[in-house]
Design a protein around this ligand. Structure first.
Ligand SMILES: Nc1ncnc2c1ncn2[C@@H]1O[C@H](COP(=O)(O)OP(=O)(O)O)[C@@H](O)[C@H]1O
Ligand SMILES: [Mg+2]
Length: 278
């Protein structure tokens, strides 16, 4: 893989006059997994859309290998960078296979028609996402999780060096969440693809990400290794939530345990801890 560098430079984004992202600077490390986190509505999807050239900045720019993507033809951007948006709708009646095939669109032209290579890439995307058996099913007849996997397959069929995914695991059961994150991890480790995704589960984010970027008030609040970013103080500032940060017993990565109510078996001990942090 070519390993493209993606960067936001003094990026300001908004809808009408309402500013959501305000002069944000971010350099995404090449060939690594970067996870964006932040409270609902803080602008994560807005930022990803602009990185995929779907939203024009008010000021500043998104640079792909130093070149402003707003000045690059959309098809050229799509050959290097794929986005799986947060909520997407497929046209009625479209089958899984037809959807995944759409991923090859940026690589087609009147000179370059559908080829054996395109076919192989589509088959591979269906295999990787375990969607072969559902290939002829209509998208609108699938469960939320199956549909999500079909869209992920389409994104993979685009066969780009940079892959952006907005909450790719949100509708999936635990097994399929891990399956998809493992698949993205393999694509990163084996092929060096750059992956930028939004995840809500901080513990899975810590396990899979090389870098975590926390967004707050339209800007990067903190950016770095999960071990440095996911601390009680940062989680409290970014999410307004008290938590305890421990160590994942299997992976050694940060494990964020939120405070709150629940059927507590160590009630007295925990109340003592809660009072100590508040
Ligand atoms: N198409 C749109 N038009 C107007 N406002 C929008 C649009 N999309 C998102 N917003 C607003 O922008 C803010 C950031 O949204 P979003 O980027 O979706 O947040 P996140 O993905 O972090 O939850 C929210 O206040 C949301 O209501
Ligand atoms: Mg979002």
């Amino acid at each position: 893989m070519a390993n493209h560098q993606i960067q936001a430079e003094s990026l300001t984004l908004g809808y009408d006059d309402h500013i959501i992202i305000d002069e944000l600077n971010l350099e995404v490390p090449k060939g690594e997994i970067t996870v964006l986190v932040g409270a609902n509505g803080c602008g994560k999807s807005t930022l990803l859309k602009s990185m995929a050239r779907l939203l024009k900045p008010s000021t500043g720019a998104v640079l792909l290998d130093g070149k402003d993507i707003a000045k690059t033809p959309s098809k050229e951007v799509a050959q290097n960078l794929a986005l799986l948006p947060q909520s997407v709708m497929a046209p009625e009646g479209l089958t899984v296979y037809q959807l995944v095939k759409q991923g090859r669109y940026p690589h087609q032209s009147w000179m370059k028609k559908w080829s054996k290579e395109d076919e192989d890439i589509v088959e591979n995307a269906l295999t990787l996402t375990k969607m072969q058996d559902l290939r002829d099913r209509s998208i609108d007849e699938l469960s939320g999780g199956q549909r999500q996997r079909a869209w992920i397959a389409m994104t993979l069929a685009q066969d780009t060096d940079v892959i952006l995914l907005d909450e790719p695991t949100t509708y999936l059961d635990m097994t399929h969440q891990i399956d998809i994150l493992d698949l993205l991890f393999d694509l990163n480790q084996q092929e060096g693809r750059t992956i930028i995704m939004v995840l809500h589960d901080l513990n899975l984010a810590c396990r899979y990400a090389h870098n975590i970027v926390a967004i707050k008030n339209g800007d990067v609040y903190v950016n770095g290794k999960p071990e440095d970013v996911i601390t009680c103080e940062n989680v409290h500032t970014v999410f307004q939530m008290h938590c305890q940060v421990s160590q994942d017993p299997i992976f050694g990565t940060p494990l964020c345990i939120p405070h709150g109510k629940g059927r507590c078996l160590f009630k007295q001990q925990l109340e003592g801890n809660f009072n100590a942090v508040k």
